[in-house]
Unconditional design. Structure first.
Lengths: 114, 114
C-alpha cells in the first residue's frame, strides 16, 4: 500500500513565523500535491510537483512556497504565517503524469496560526 | 472552467437505509472520476474510480457508483448504510487535457443515525 506521511498531525504557530509542513511518500511517485481544506470549500490546490525540483502553482499559491529536492519529499512553506492560513493541510502523491492513477493522501496537518 | 458539484452538503440517514450522494461535473472532454471518503481527523481514502468500460463501478465498504455521460453525473450509492459510514465524501474529476489536475467537489457529510 502507498504510504503518505505528514510530519505533524497538529501544529500551532504564531503570526509572522515561517512554517514548514513536510510530506513523505514511500512509493516512488513522481507527482506530489499540497491542498488546503476548509469547511464548505472542499479541497483547494496550493501547489503541485510533477518531478524533483519541478513545481507548478495551483489555485491558491499566494503566501506559500514549496520545495522538492528529493523524489519522496515535498515541503510546503508558509513564508510569514497569517491567521487566514489556519486550516487543514493535505498532502497527496500520484504515480505519474497523464495516467489513470488516483491520488493517495496523508492524514493531514491541522495548522492553527495564533 | 471545470466544476464539480455536490449538491448536498449534508445527508442525514438512518442506519440500514439506502443512500445516494450526488455528483455532477462539467466537462466537454474525457474524464476519470473518483469518490473519496474522509473519516474524522483523517486524510482522504479512495472509495472507487471510473476509468472506462462498465458504467457501474463497485468500491470498498459496499459502495458503488454509476457514470452517466449524458447527464455528466457520477452518483454514489449504498443499499444499506452503517453507523461506521458516517464521514465526508468527496467526488473528484481528472481531465486528460488539463495537465495533472484533479478537481474536487465541496464534499457531502453523511450522518448515519441509529
Amino acid at each position: 500500500d502507498v504510504k503518505v506521511t505528514q510530519s505533524s498531525r497538529y501544529l500551532v504557530k504564531r503570526t509572522g513565523e515561517k512554517v514548514f509542513l513536510e510530506c513523505v511518500q514511500d512509493m516512488d511517485h513522481e507527482n506530489m500535491f499540497w491542498y488546503r481544506q476548509d469547511p464548505g470549500l472542499g479541497l483547494r490546490l496550493i501547489y503541485f510537483s510533477y518531478d524533483v525540483k519541478m513545481k507548478e502553482k495551483g489555485d491558491i499559491p499566494e503566501g506559500y512556497s514549496v520545495s522538492r529536492e528529493k523524489k519522496e519529499r515535498f515541503s510546503l512553506i508558509l513564508e510569514s504565517a497569517s491567521t487566514n492560513q489556519t486550516s487543514m493541510y493535505l498532502c497527496a502523491s500520484r504515480l505519474r503524469d497523464r495516467s489513470n492513477q488516483p491520488q493517495h493522501f496523508g492524514d493531514g496537518t491541522r495548522l492553527s496560526i495564533l | 472552467a471545470q466544476s464539480v458539484t455536490q449538491l448536498d452538503s449534508q445527508v442525514p440517514v438512518f442506519e440500514e437505509a439506502p443512500v445516494e450522494l450526488r455528483c455532477n461535473y462539467s466537462s466537454s472532454v474525457s474524464v476519470y472520476l473518483f469518490w473519496y471518503v474522509q473519516y474524522p481527523n483523517q486524510g482522504l481514502q479512495l472509495l472507487l474510480k471510473y476509468l472506462s468500460g462498465s458504467t457501474l463501478v463497485k468500491g470498498i465498504n459496499g459502495f458503488e457508483a454509476e457514470f452517466n455521460k449524458s447527464q455528466t453525473s457520477f452518483h454514489l450509492r449504498k443499499p444499506s448504510v452503517h453507523i461506521s459510514d458516517t464521514a465526508e465524501y468527496f467526488c473528484a474529476v481528472f481531465r486528460w487535457d488539463n495537465f495533472n489536475k484533479f478537481y474536487f467537489g465541496s464534499g457531502t457529510k453523511l450522518n448515519v443515525k441509529p
